[in-house]
Write a protein that binds this ligand. Structure first.
Ligand SMILES: *[C@@H]1O[C@H](CO)[C@@H](O)[C@H](O)[C@H]1NC(C)=O
Length: 253
């Protein structure tokens, strides 16, 4: 009798754990060209604390692209990690795919990556699309078509740590001021505030050409106090080969 009820409890837990329900996030278009869409409440509180918990022991110094492959650099001083694909991580992957329409396949997603910034840490201006053809082979699924940058954790004493897009025109309506810095001088681009749970989605490539869009250049501005954890969700133009996926995905930068 006891073991039967335990079996029922365990079955119940199994069902609950594999359930993927999406929060009702809101989407606001910030720019048409390049396409940039701001997503409010893209991650739930539960998802955020889960990601923070599972990533805790995994962070190591971030790397950047170079001619000789991945290497550490003063231009990117954060800590990074990929994530084990548990049910919650797969649910977030699902959400990111569906947002891009039903033609986006799971095999196009790179493994999700978390990036942690402490005081003084930053990532200089860069694009997520890759200029070096060695990183955009068909084994790697071509180039990075889209990016989501999701704010997973922002400590309550965080200052700095915005995400700056200097080549994108700032929106004018005051309602943006919760999401972007509104006291920047006009013409200096857009600086998104780090707001926990929210995300920025953008297209990296010029539509119809496959060429990288230089206007998507952006930076993780230095955190001046506190701690910020962001998540990268990168979608390739085509499926990433199984061999590359088995090795943990094409790149960690
Ligand atoms: C900020 O977070 C810390 C650690 O979680 C907590 O102890 C503190 O009360 C919080 N402060 C405010 C103003 O919310």
């Amino acid at each position: 009798m006891v073991s039967l009820s335990w079996a029922l409890v365990l079955a119940g837990v199994g069902v609950a754990a594999s359930e993927c329900t999406h929060p009702s996030f809101k989407a606001y278009k910030l720019s048409s060209s390049p396409l940039i869409i701001y997503l409010q409440n893209f991650l739930t509180k539960n998802e955020r604390s889960h990601l923070k918990e599972i990533s805790k022991p995994r962070f190591r110094r971030s790397v950047v692209a170079s001619d000789e492959g991945a290497k550490q650099s003063r231009i990117r001083t954060s800590q990074s990690t990929d994530l084990p694909r548990d049910e919650i991580v797969k649910c977030i992957e699902q959400r990111a795919m569906e947002f891009q329409g039903f033609d986006t396949k799971e095999s196009q997603l790179e493994p999700l990556q978390l990036v942690k910034y402490g005081p003084g840490e930053h990532y200089d201006y860069h694009t997520d699309w890759l200029a070096d053809p060695q990183y955009t082979t068909s084994f790697n699924g071509g180039n990075r078509m889209t990016s989501f940058l999701v704010y997973v954790y922002v400590s309550n004493d965080t200052t700095g740590g915005g995400t700056g897009f200097p080549l994108v025109d700032a929106p004018r309506d005051e309602r943006w001021c919760g999401f972007v810095e509104c006291d920047e001088p006009f013409g200096s681009g857009v600086v998104f505030r780090p707001v926990e749970g929210n995300a920025i989605f953008w297209e990296n490539l010029i539509p119809g050409t496959g060429r990288g869009d230089g206007r998507t250049e952006h930076a993780g501005l230095p955190v001046t106090s506190g701690e910020k954890i962001g998540m990268n969700i990168w979608t390739r133009q085509a499926g990433i080969s199984d061999e590359v996926r088995k090795e943990g995905g094409p790149l960690d930068f």
